[in-house]
Design a binder for this molecule. Structure first.
Ligand code: TXA
Ligand code: MG
Length: 353
């Protein structure tokens, strides 16, 4: 299959291109498109064969359900049932935006899309291109992150190219995404709303809207498999976001000590003949002298850090780095979401100093 790469720039061209993309989706094809979180790989989510194509292109386990993306609030009632007033409050507060909601599915949603579950994940993205494309396609769009399973999620069209060229019909290049880590997932089907995957929309933000307690799925806070607790979002049990090199996080209150430790580790590994990478920040870059040093973003702007995470991991892969040492970044709830991804990428290897 030849994958068509389309760059969005001129408005008139955009309409023509988006129309073509919408046609592909309606006809059961696969189109990768930008969202405010990461690039998604879209297919008609109500069409079994189209949904199946996603699993094949990504090499994704078939028990890992897909998120249905919608463009307008009314569409949620076509896909889900048992929607409460609280559920609507959450939608109105955070949609369009980086929040995915789990609800009870209606019959029209095939089990191919929900990985066999009776619930369905729904999100209304805020990215202009994503919403316009979904609206034009006129169907709910199933879209996982547009990476090969197990690789970091794509934050640029070029990342999608690396993973899926030749396997999908089209890639829409809308530039680099804003947030850079996947949406928060909240399950609203139980007694207590439960966060299954942390993201930009935090527990505190949800609690402020709902005026009641929101839980975080305990299984995602600890190392997978520990105590036999399985995460409730099937996708959270896989070792995601893995770079090819061995990643270790150095954590500590005293940043000077963290930097000193990383410098020592780099020196040791270099002596053994390895290519070594460092994940630093705009502020700490200049403190390092050895190894492949990359800034993930600025500590003054958390979104710069979340949006840089997958990009630097992929860059280290491209440069054949064997060992990567990273500073740690968790300072508040959104910081926890960033650390959740970084810890998974590191296989939970963290050194406290
Ligand atoms: O930001 C995002 O959410 C991106 C963009 C493209 O919208 N999409 C994304 O999709 O991250 P994906 O497929 O990479 O992750 C979907 C996650 C998986 O962990 C999956 O197990 C979970 O959502 N999920 C989907 N449906 C579910 C359901 N009914 N119950 C529990 N978890 C569900
Ligand atoms: Mg994914």
């Amino acid at each position: 299959m030849k994958t068509k790469l389309i760059k969005l720039d001129e408005l008139e061209e955009n309409q023509k291109n988006l129309k073509e993309a919408a046609n592909i989706l309606r006809n059961g094809g696969l189109v990768a498109f930008p969202t405010e979180t990461v690039y998604g790989l879209g297919a008609n989510g109500l069409n079994r064969e189209a949904a199946n194509k996603i699993y094949i292109a990504k090499g994704r386990p078939s028990d890992n359900p897909l998120i249905l993306h919608i463009a307008d609030l009314e569409e949620v009632d076509q896909l889900a049932t048992n929607i409460s007033d609280d559920d609507r409050k959450v939608m109105e507060a955070f949609w369009p935006g980086p929040l995915t909601i789990i609800l009870k599915k209606k019959e029209c949603v095939p089990y191919e899309t929900t990985g066999g579950l009776d619930t369905v994940a729904i999100r209304m993205p805020s990215h202009k291109v994503a919403r316009e494309l979904i609206r034009m396609a006129g169907v709910a769009i199933a879209a996982p992150s547009a990476n090969t399973s197990g690789r970091p999620s794509p934050t640029k069209a070029q990342h999608v190219m690396q993973d899926l060229n030749g396997k999908i019909d089209m890639i829409i290049d809308g530039g680099e995404v804003g947030i850079g880590i996947e949406s928060t997932i909240v399950d609203l089907t139980g007694e207590v709303p439960t966060i299954l995957r942390p993201g930009y929309v935090t527990k505190q933000m949800l609690e402020e809207v709902l005026h009641k307690e929101v839980q975080i799925d305990q299984a995602i806070l600890r190392k997978e498999g520990m105590n036999g607790v399985q995460p409730k979002a099937p996708g959270m049990k896989y070792r995601h976001y893995a770079p090819k090199g061995k990643l270790t996080i150095i954590d500590g209150q005293n940043i000077d000590k963290v930097i000193e430790t990383i410098k020592q580790l780099v020196e040791d590994k270099k002596k053994e003949g390895f290519v070594v990478g460092v994940i630093a920040t705009d502020e700490s870059m200049k403190c390092y002298t050895d190894g492949v040093i990359k800034s993930i973003g600025s500590r003054l702007d958390e979104v710069s850090i979340s949006s840089g995470l997958y990009r630097v991991l992929r860059e280290f892969d491209d440069e054949g780095v064997n060992y990567i040492y990273s500073e740690s970044f968790g300072v508040d709830e959104f910081g926890d979401a960033i650390m959740n991804r970084l810890l998974k990428a590191a296989g939970y290897d963290m050194i406290e100093v």
